[in-house]
Design a protein around this ligand. Structure first.
Ligand SMILES: O=P(O)(O)O[C@H]1O[C@H](CO)[C@@H](O)[C@H]1O
Length: 321
C-alpha cells in the first residue's frame, strides 16, 4: 500500500491524465525562496535603500572575490551593512565584506554589492540573486557583475581579464534556476531569452578602454561557466568544460545575469583570471587552486579592474548626459 500524496490525493489519481495535466494551484510547489521574496518584499528592501541613501542608482556593481575595492572608489558613499538591511542575507565568504555601497562614480549614481551570495553558502539561487531585483526596483538599468575565476583557456594568464560574452549554466543543466517557481510578470516574462545577454556595445567599449590603458594583451573575450562549488574542479571536469567551449570557471555570476536579463537590465560582466586551471594530470602541487591565491591575485589586479570599471561607467554616464 502506497502512502504517498500522489496516491492519496483525491483531486487526481496518479497515473491518470487528469493528474498529469492538472494546473490546479495546489499542484504547484512554490520554492521557499519565491515565497520569501515576493515583489512586495523586494520593493520594501529597495525603498529602504533609496530612502536611506536619497538616491536612485542607475548602475549596479557586484564585486567579485577580492574585488571589493570596486566599491571603495565610490564617492560620497552611503553604506548599508547587509545585516542591517531588512530581509537581506549575510555574506559568509572571505573577501566578501557584506555591505551595500551607494554613491556616485564618474558622475553616475551607482550601488555596489561588496560581497555576493553563492549557492555553496547554502542559499538557494533565487536568494543569491535577489539583490539584482532589489537593484532593479532601486532604478538600476545596468548590471556590472565581476568575479574571480580559473582560466581554462590555455591562452589566458593569471591576472588577465576576460570580458564575458556568454556563459554555460551548469547549475541550469542540473535543473536549477534563480527563476524557478511561480513567475511574477512585474519582474519579467516566464520564458526569458538569453541570447545577447552580454551587451555587445559595452564589451566593445571595454576593449577600447583596455587599449587606452595599454593592457590590450591582457584582455580577452570569452565564455564563463558557473559550477556549484565550494570545491574546485577535477581535471576531468575541467577537460569537459574546455570541450564545451568554456574559457573560465567560477561559482557565481550566471544566476545574477539570468535574473538581470529577466528584468531587462543591460549586463556587462568580467572575470579576473586568478589561477590557471590544469587540464592535464600531473603531480605538481601548483595545479591546485586555492582561495588565498585567488584573493592575492585579485588584490594585485584591483587597480586595473577599478580603472576599467570607472572608465566604462564614465562612458555610459557621458552618453546619457
Ligand atoms: O565568483 P566570486 O564571488 O568572485 O568568487 C570566486 O572565488 C571563490 C573561490 O576561490 C568562489 O566563490 C568563486 O566563485
Amino acid at each position: 500500500m502506497c502512502n504517498t500524496d500522489c496516491c492519496s490525493n483525491p483531486k487526481g489519481k496518479a497515473g491518470t491524465k487528469t493528474a498529469i495535466n492538472s494546473t490546479n494551484s495546489s499542484d504547484i510547489i512554490p520554492t521557499p525562496e519565491s515565497l520569501l521574496y515576493p515583489y512586495e518584499v523586494i520593493e520594501e528592501i529597495a525603498d529602504f535603500i533609496t530612502k536611506g541613501s536619497g538616491m536612485r542608482p542607475k548602475i549596479g556593481i557586484i564585486c567579485g572575490s577580492g574585488l571589493g575595492s570596486l566599491a571603495d572608489i565610490i564617492q560620497d558613499p552611503k553604506i548599508f551593512e547587509y545585516e542591517k538591511i531588512p530581509n537581506f542575507p549575510v555574506s559568509t565568504v572571505e573577501g566578501h565584506a557584506g555591505r551595500l555601497v551607494v554613491g556616485t562614480l564618474e558622475g553616475a549614481t551607482v550601488m555596489a554589492m561588496q560581497g555576493r551570495f553563492h549557492f555553496y553558502e547554502g542559499y538557494p539561487l533565487a536568494k543569491c540573486s535577489m539583490p539584482v531585483r532589489v537593484m532593479k526596483l532601486c532604478g538600476v538599468e545596468y548590471l556590472f557583475a565581476t568575479n574571480a575565476a580559473g582560466g581554462i583557456n590555455p591562452r589566458f594568464a593569471v591576472g588577465d581579464i576576460m570580458l564575458m560574452h556568454d556563459h554555460v549554466n551548469m547549475l541550469g543543466f542540473a535543473g536549477n534556476s534563480p527563476l524557478q517557481g511561480p513567475n511574477d510578470p512585474r519582474f519579467g516574462p516566464r520564458f526569458p531569452a538569453l541570447v545577447n545577454s552580454y551587451n555587445k556595445d559595452l564589451i566593445n567599449k571595454a576593449i577600447e578602454i583596455g587599449k587606452a590603458m595599454g593592457i590590450e594583451s591582457n584582455i580577452h573575450v570569452g565564455v564563463y561557466s558557473c559550477l556549484g562549488g565550494p570545491n574546485y574542479e577535477t581535471i576531468a571536469e575541467l577537460k569537459a568544460l574546455r570541450m564545451m567551449g568554456v574559457d573560465a570557471v567560477g561559482m557565481s555570476t550566471v544566476h545574477e545575469v539570468i535574473t538581470a536579463r529577466h528584468c531587462d537590465m543591460k549586463v556587462f560582466a568580467f572575470s579576473l583570471i586568478t589561477n590557471k586551471c590544469a587540464t592535464e594530470y600531473s603531480d605538481k602541487k601548483d595545479d591546485e587552486a586555492n582561495h588565498d591565491e585567488v584573493m592575492a591575485v585579485a588584490k594585485n589586479r584591483q587597480k586595473a579592474c577599478c580603472e576599467l570599471v570607472s572608465r566604462l561607467i564614465r562612458e555610459i554616464h557621458m552618453a546619457s548626459a
